[in-house]
Design a protein around this ligand. Structure first.
Ligand SMILES: Cc1cc2nc3c(=O)[nH]c(=O)nc-3n(C[C@H](O)[C@H](O)[C@H](O)COP(=O)(O)OP(=O)(O)OC[C@H]3O[C@@H](n4cnc5c(N)ncnc54)[C@H](O)[C@@H]3O)c2cc1C
Length: 429
C-alpha cells in the first residue's frame, strides 16, 4: 500500500473525527459534534492565555451556554438535550482537542447531570422517593437549562475517600428543611467559576461525628454563593491550568433539602452499579492526544500556520514515529469507543474489566502520544506560542485522577483477572 504523496500534491491534512465514521453516529451526535467544531477554534486561540494565566476560560463557557450545550446531559423532559453516555463523552473528546481545560471543566459540569439524570433513572427507588427526586431534579435542571448555571463536582479530599475506599471527610448534618455541610475539598475544577458545587458528604446519623461509611454518602449541590463557602489556596499546576482546581472550604453551610442531587443513601448504589461515570474524564485526554497527533502531522507536513515551510515528513524516522503515535491513538480510541457504548447499569464483569483497561489505556497512551509528539517534532515544536508543550503538560494529568488513577486501574484489573466475584483465597485448596 503506497501512501507516498506526490511532489506536486497541494492537499492539506484533514484531521479525522475522534468519533470515527459519521455514518455510524446518531443525528443528535452529528449535530452536537458540529456545534463543538464551530466553537473549538475560538477556544484554541484562547488556550495559550488561560494556560499562562491559570485563568478559567469564562468566554468558552459563555459560548457553550449560548450554544445550548450546558444542558447536554439534562433529561429531555427537564428541558435538556438528553444525551446518552456515549454522546456525552464523544462531545467532551471533541472539546479536548481544542482546549483540554475547557473539556475537563465541562466534564465536571456534565457529571452531576449524569448522576442525577440517566443514572438515577436506572436505579432502584420507591415511588415516593422517585417522585421527590423528579421534583428536586427539575429545579437543578431549570437552573442549568433556564438560568445557564454551571455545576462542578469537587469530590477529592486528599484521603482515601476519592478512591471510594473510605467515608467522605466532608459531613452533612440533617437539620429541619435541609442540611449543614462542613469540610474541605481539594482539586475543585471550576473553583470560583461554578455556581453550584456537587459535594459528596457523609450524612451524619446523629450527633456522633465521623461514624459513617461510603454507604452514608449524600450528594448535595452547594450554592457557591452560600454563606460559609470559600475558595482557598492557589492553582499553579503543571497542566490543565485553566481548570483552576483550587480548594474549597465549607464552614457550616446551610443548604435546603432540594440541594440533593440523588436521594439520601443512593449515591453508593449509583457508584457501584454505574461505574462508567467515573471514566468520563478520559474523553478530555483522548481529545488532547488527538490534538497532539494532528499537530505533529501538520508540523511534519510544514502546514502549521506561521511556521517556516520546512517539510520533515520525508525522513523515515519521522514516519516511523508518527506511525507509533497513530498506533497508540487508535488503540486508545478503539477502547474508548467500546467503553462509551458499554456504559449501562450493572455492567457484567467483562464490561467492568474493559472499563479499567480502556481507562488505563486512554490515560497512559494520551501522555505517550504527547511525549512522542514532542520528541518527533523536535526543538522548534516546543515553544510556548505553539500548543504542543501545553498538550504534553495537560496529558500528564489524566492518569493522576482518582478514583481511577493508572495505578488503581491496574490494581483493580489485576484482582478482577484473578478472582471471581465474591471469591477469596480460601477458595484455593
Ligand atoms: C487537572 C485536575 C483536575 C481535577 N479536578 C477534580 C475535580 O473537579 N473534582 C475532584 O473531585 N477531583 C479533581 N481532581 C483530583 C483527582 O481526581 C485526584 O483526587 C487527585 O489528583 C488526587 O491527588 P492526591 O495526590 O491527593 O492523591 P492521593 O489520594 O494522595 O493518591 C496518590 C496516589 O496513591 C494511590 N492511591 C490513592 N488511594 C489509594 C487506595 N485507596 N489504594 C491504593 N492506592 C491508592 C493512587 O494511585 C494515587 O495516584 C483533579 C485532578 C487534576 C490533576
Amino acid at each position: 500500500m503506497s501512501t507516498a504523496p506526490s511532489a506536486s500534491s497541494s492537499k492539506r491534512y484533514v484531521a479525522p473525527a475522534i468519533a470515527g465514521d459519521a455514518a455510524a453516529l446518531t443525528p443528535q451526535q452529528r449535530e452536537l459534534l458540529g456545534r463543538v467544531a464551530e466553537l473549538g477554534p475560538h477556544w484554541a486561540e484562547r488556550a495559550e492565555r488561560h494556560d499562562r494565566e491559570a485563568s478559567f476560560p469564562r468566554e468558552n463557557f459563555d459560548e457553550l451556554r449560548a450554544a445550548g450545550l450546558l444542558g447536554l446531559a439534562v433529561p429531555q423532559h427537564c428541558g435538556g438535550l438528553g444525551a446518552d453516555f456515549a454522546t456525552c463523552v464523544l462531545v467532551v473528546a471533541e472539546m479536548g482537542r481544542w482546549c483540554g481545560s475547557t473539556a475537563l471543566s465541562f466534564n465536571m459540569h456534565v457529571n452531576p447531570c449524569l448522576w442525577s439524570g440517566l443514572v438515577a433513572d436506572a436505579l432502584d427507588m420507591g415511588a415516593a422517593e422517585r417522585a421527590a427526586h423528579e421534583r428536586i431534579r427539575a429545579r437543578h435542571c431549570e437552573r442549568i437549562v433556564g438560568e445557564g448555571r454551571l455545576y462542578a463536582q469537587p469530590l477529592s479530599e486528599g484521603g482515601a475517600a476519592a478512591a471510594l475506599a473510605a467515608p467522605w471527610g466532608t459531613v452533612a448534618r440533617k437539620v429541619a428543611g435541609g442540611y449543614v455541610v462542613s469540610g474541605r475539598k481539594i482539586f475543585a475544577s471550576m473553583a470560583g467559576a461554578a455556581d453550584f458545587y456537587g459535594v459528596l458528604c457523609t450524612l451524619e446519623p446523629g450527633t456522633e461525628s465521623g461514624s459513617g461509611t461510603q454507604r452514608d454518602a449524600i450528594f448535595l449541590a452547594v450554592p457557591a454563593a452560600a454563606a460559609g463557602v470559600s475558595v482557598e489556596g492557589d492553582w499553579d499546576a503543571l497542566g490543565m491550568r485553566g481548570t483552576v482546581s483550587r480548594n474549597l472550604r465549607f464552614a457550616d453551610v446551610h443548604v435546603a433539602d432540594d440541594a440533593r442531587l440523588l436521594p439520601e443513601g443512593l449515591y453508593e448504589q449509583a457508584a457501584r452499579r454505574f461505574p462508567h461515570v467515573f471514566t468520563t474524564h478520559a474523553a478530555t485526554y483522548l481529545g488532547v492526544a488527538q490534538a497532539a497527533y494532528d499537530f505533529t502531522v501538520q508540523y511534519l507536513r510544514a502546514e502549521v500556520p506561521g511556521m517556516p515551510r520546512v517539510p520533515r515528513r520525508q525522513y523515515p524516522t519521522k514516519q516511523h514515529a508518527v506511525a507509533q503515535m497513530r498506533t497508540r491513538l487508535e488503540a486508545a480510541r478503539a477502547l474508548f469507543l467500546l467503553n462509551a457504548r458499554d456504559a449501562r447499569i450493572d455492567p457484567d464483569k467483562d464490561a467492568r474489566m474493559r472499563l479499567l483497561a480502556a481507562h488505563y489505556t486512554v490515560m497512559e497512551h494520551a501522555n505517550d502520544v504527547c511525549r512522542l509528539a514532542v520528541r518527533t517534532c523536535g526543538g522548534q515544536g516546543m515553544f510556548r506560542h505553539l500548543p504542543l508543550e501545553r498538550l504534553y503538560r495537560d496529558s500528564r494529568c489524566g492518569s493522576l485522577m482518582l478514583p481511577l488513577t493508572a495505578e488503581l486501574c491496574m490494581d483493580h484489573l489485576g484482582r478482577e483477572c484473578l478472582y471471581e466475584d465474591g471469591e477469596g483465597d480460601e477458595a484455593i485448596e
